[in-house]
Ligand binder design. Sequence first.
Ligand code: SF4
Length: 352
Amino acid sequence: MSDTEPQTSHQVALVFDLNKCMGCQSCSVACKTLWTGDKGEEHQWWCTTNTMPGRGTPRDWEQMGGGYRDGELQLGREPTLEEFGGGWQFNKEEVFFGGKGQSIHLTPTTAEGTPPTWGPNWDEDQGAGEFPNAYFFYMPRICNHCTHPACVEACPSGAMYKRPEDGIVLRDEERCQGSRNCMRACPYKKIYFNHERGVAQHCNLCFPRLEQGVAPACARNCPGRLIFVGMLDDEQGPIHRLVNKWKVALPLHPEFGTAPNVFYVPPLSPYRLREDGSIDTETMRIPPDYLESLFGPAVHEALATLVRERERVREGERSELLDTLIVYRWKSMFGPFTEEPATVSAAREGAE
Ligand code: SF4
């Protein structure tokens, strides 16, 4: 990793509890509505929620490379617009205002006017496995605001930076020269290129909201109460409890080497059914090997901890871990960011 990498005094972090995600896309839409409504941003979904297993957004991003190997920066491949799903157009005029709403349905087309062949959630709910042991779960993804951000090291103009006070990875669009090296270096493929303006763009963790004590739009709008926000070093906060104390929240693809600050509580699943219909209480339906391929070997202990604590509660005991994950008080998820969004005077203005 780079010797000049900035040291952060504090780090904002998020935990997504995948056991509670219902794939409603509220987080994705809240982000889209707030941040990417301008020209050149049609294809940009800084927060995407995909069905897992699946090809994801951009399509097959896990095979595109980037990150670090043996401490060396890797430039992977830049995703194409088509792999991101493009920005679809709809025949809204015709359906809503042309008097044909009873006979013509909304139909998407690409910017080239052709039917789309991929989209941000193209393989929704397909999953894997055979009935009756088919399985899937949902996984929201944003920029991980990594401790070792490959995007920052790869940027030739100094436009990408990690700010020291809270570890958010931001970009200075005035300095961006459009090299797109950040897109190649990010192993999570969470950077988009704005072809209208010639600059890279990505999730900024709603920093104008955070600066005023308001949780990011994705977290605040999640009806499932699964997105925790806080400072990693706040020992009283839920992030520290889930990541460091109970060790049930894990980074996605730790082998990519960027040390993400977005963590996931892995999904538990029902036991598999045998061919005769009996229950195999030794085997969970989501293969642990698959979860290990996402979250690394620590996932097995994390799952065991979740099961153990669940059993304790079933036997009438209290569990600090389950109390944290259940979230009895909504705002307990947001650490120091519990202010109302209405207090943010102008989320968009002065953002970049
Ligand atoms: Fe950079 Fe990608 Fe990490 Fe975000 S997820 S900080 S864009 S390397």
